[in-house]
Write a protein that binds this ligand. Structure first.
Ligand code: URA
Length: 231
């Protein structure tokens, strides 16, 4: 949105007054005087008019170590949700940058910045996610090639992007996928006649779940981490 339109829309000053206030250096955006009303601002811009703070909205970026049993939702009448684990004043404004099933554990990213989370969840962005998986049956070596070629999902009428399967033990593997379709990992193993017994997300893009982050706890992402998905 344009700065002048934001100021005019408040209804406290006429267009002429806003033009004057801008030219007079009375408007600040993110603590810097802004005289150009055409300047674009967004919901996280800090905006001041003289001494008055008109808008200050904190952008929040969190990494949570999700325990089993919590829903990847913001509210639910029946089950606890991941938001219940977030002790932050803006917790009810947060949404998830990618879900995990209720029984699944591991990394969840939460934010109130929709543009940022879209970069992570949009399949076209091909942000990799790595899961530690345990299965009911031994994982055959042919599965590596099958997952690398992609699995056809009839419901969406698409073939999954090449996935990397690293077999660690007969019933245990790391699987890296580049998208995040509904129940994707479970459906991929189901497609080869196996069944996922446990699923733990270890990483999203360059973020690896910190060993120091206990189950059920969260931490703020640092600037470099946040900026990675802005680039
Ligand atoms: N794929 C699944 O099937 N479940 C998850 O929780 C995440 C990815």
């Amino acid at each position: 949105m344009r700065l002048d339109r934001f100021l005019i829309r408040r209804g406290t000053h006429s267009t002429k007054e806003i033009t004057y206030l801008l030219a007079d250096g009375q408007v600040k955006v993110d603590d810097r005087i802004e005289t150009n009303g055409l300047q674009s601002i967004h919901r996280f811009s800090k905006i001041q008019l003289g001494e008055e703070l008109l808008q200050e909205y904190e952008a929040v970026y969190l990494m949570l170590h999700k325990p089993a049993g919590y829903l990847s939702a913001t509210t639910d009448p029946q089950h606890p949700t991941v938001i219940d684990l977030i002790d932050h004043p803006l917790r009810h404004e947060l949404h998830l940058a990618g879900r995990l099933d209720r029984a699944s554990t591991g990394m969840i990213l939460l934010t109130n910045d929709g543009k940022w989370s879209k970069r992570i969840t949009e399949p076209a962005e091909k942000i990799s996610k790595t899961y530690h998986v345990t299965t009911r049956d031994p994982i055959s070596h042919e599965t590596v090639g099958i997952f690398a070629n992609g699995i056809y999902f009839a419901y969406e009428d698409l073939t999954t992007q090449p996935a990397l399967l690293d077999i660690l033990a007969p019933h245990e593997a790391l699987l890296t996928i580049q998208e995040g379709r509904y129940h994707q990992v479970k459906r991929m193993f189901h497609a080869v006649g196996n069944q996922v017994l446990s699923l733990h997300r270890k990483s999203i893009g360059p973020f690896v779940l910190d060993d120091s982050l206990p189950v059920g706890k969260f931490r703020h992402l640092n600037k470099a981490e946040v900026n990675f998905f802005r680039a």
